[in-house]
Design a binder for this molecule. Structure first.
Ligand code: UDP
Length: 242
């Protein structure tokens, strides 16, 4: 492609974003860092960057085939995706198929029950405020999003859900919940952005309920690197190379 990586634009907890020689393109680099509880817990997880980069690229391709556009252009190295530059909408869109995590906690529910239909929730993307839950009107009235954007994000999230549920289901895994982010293109169109990886999803093995996602790290349930290697193996049918 001949796109040169240039200045570091942003460093997050698990990714870095670099400018490139083309102002319309950025490079997303996946790091091995894992954090939980808003950065309070931190560790380096061997191969996480490579695994999440490969999974994200693969899953963005699957959702695009099914008609949902994203910021991704292509995978350009083991840990890097070339992406279209977007302005991230400060709303975390969470889709849930089962009761888990903050939904269970908020309403005093046991984790594990399947929801009658997929639930879409919106959280304000703010580390300082610990990502508070928002009703639909809040980000619109506060000027962070527009009504059509909220409707679009919900509709796209539900479309992504159909694709991803079927995908994980075929691999013997229940997609419990996950977080999506969207970005604005110049001109205002919204596209799916950020990443789709087990860092931002709950994946439970069917039958056993064994966790195959970042909860293994959050809840000290075992070796996160081995877990991510297992997810990679299930998705690609082969071990991650050296
Ligand atoms: N999630 C995420 N980033 C966040 C918050 C949530 O990726 O800042 C993901 C999380 O991994 C889970 C889903 O969104 O798959 C729902 O998370 P929940 O609201 O239950 O919060 P948690 O209890 O996981 O913090």
């Amino acid at each position: 492609m001949g796109v040169e990586r240039s200045a570091l634009l942003y460093e997050g907890k698990s990714k870095r974003v670099f400018a490139t020689s083309d102002p319309d393109l950025v490079i997303l680099e996946f790091k091995d860092d894992a954090t939980a509880f808003n950065g309070v817990k931190h560790a380096l997880i061997s191969d996480k960057g490579r695994i999440n980069c490969a999974l994200s690229a693969y899953l963005f391709d699957r959702v695009r085939e099914a008609g949902v556009d994203s910021h991704m252009v292509e995978k350009i190295s083991d840990t890097e995706l070339l992406c279209r530059n977007v302005e991230i909408v400060p709303v975390e869109v969470v889709v849930r198929n089962f009761v888990a995590g903050s939904l269970a906690k908020r309403y005093g529910l046991e984790e594990g029950g399947r929801l009658a239909r997929p639930l879409v929730e919106f959280f304000y993307k703010s580390d300082d405020l610990n990502d508070p839950l928002m009703g639909w009107d809040v980000p619109v009235i506060l000027g962070w999003t527009r009504d059509w954007e909220m409707a679009f994000m919900k509709e796209q999230a539900l479309q992504v859900n159909v694709i991803l549920c079927a995908f994980w289901d075929d691999l013997g895994i229940d997609l419990v919940d996950y977080k999506l982010e969207f970005g604005r293109r110049p001109g205002g169109a919204l596209v799916l952005a950020d990443e789709i990886t087990p860092d931002g999803c709950r994946l439970w093995e069917k039958g056993t309920g064994r966790k195959l996602d970042k909860d293994v790290f959050r809840r000290d349930l075992g070796d996160l690197s081995a877990t991510y290697h297992e997810v990679y193996q299930r998705v690609f049918g082969a071990e991650l190379g050296a």
